[in-house]
Write a protein that binds this ligand. Structure first.
Ligand SMILES: [Zn+2]
Length: 134
């Protein structure tokens, strides 16, 4: 019986008659289960959060950047230091964090702003930043 693996899209031969196999291997089955758990916990997080992301006043207010970075790091499952640095770079270059979110997280094709790019590299190099993040 020919099946297509739901995880890796490979076709595979299943020897079990009756119930249709969904994954080609244990590895794929485990990976699929892990992904499912991740999606579930992301949903739970969003429901409980303060939701800076949905509030324009908060997202544009530097005082909430720490919260914004936390939410972004949860939502996109990315390194928080990198997000913090990028948001800080936006502020220093006179842009709202939306620039970073749209260009680097949503990847909506927002044009590169060299000022933010430069600011980000400066922050990375500066020892002040290393002190701040420990
Ligand atoms: Zn597979």
């Amino acid at each position: 019986m020919k099946n297509i693996c739901l995880e890796c899209d490979k076709s595979f031969e299943s020897n079990s008659s009756g119930s249709k196999a969904k994954y080609c291997s244990d590895k794929c089955r485990k990976r699929a289960n892990r992904n499912k758990e991740n999606i579930d916990s992301t949903d739970r997080y969003n429901a409980d959060s303060i939701e800076v992301l949905k509030d324009d006043n908060m997202i544009n207010d530097p005082r909430f950047d720490w919260k914004l970075c936390e939410e972004l790091s949860h939502k996109y499952r990315l390194n928080k230091d990198w997000i913090s640095r990028s948001v800080k770079a936006c502020r220093e270059a006179g842009r709202q964090p939306n620039y970073f979110i749209n260009r680097y997280l949503e990847k909506d094709g927002t044009e590169l702003d060299l000022r933010v790019d430069r600011a980000s590299r400066q922050i990375q190099k500066s020892s002040v930043w290393r002190e701040l993040t420990g």
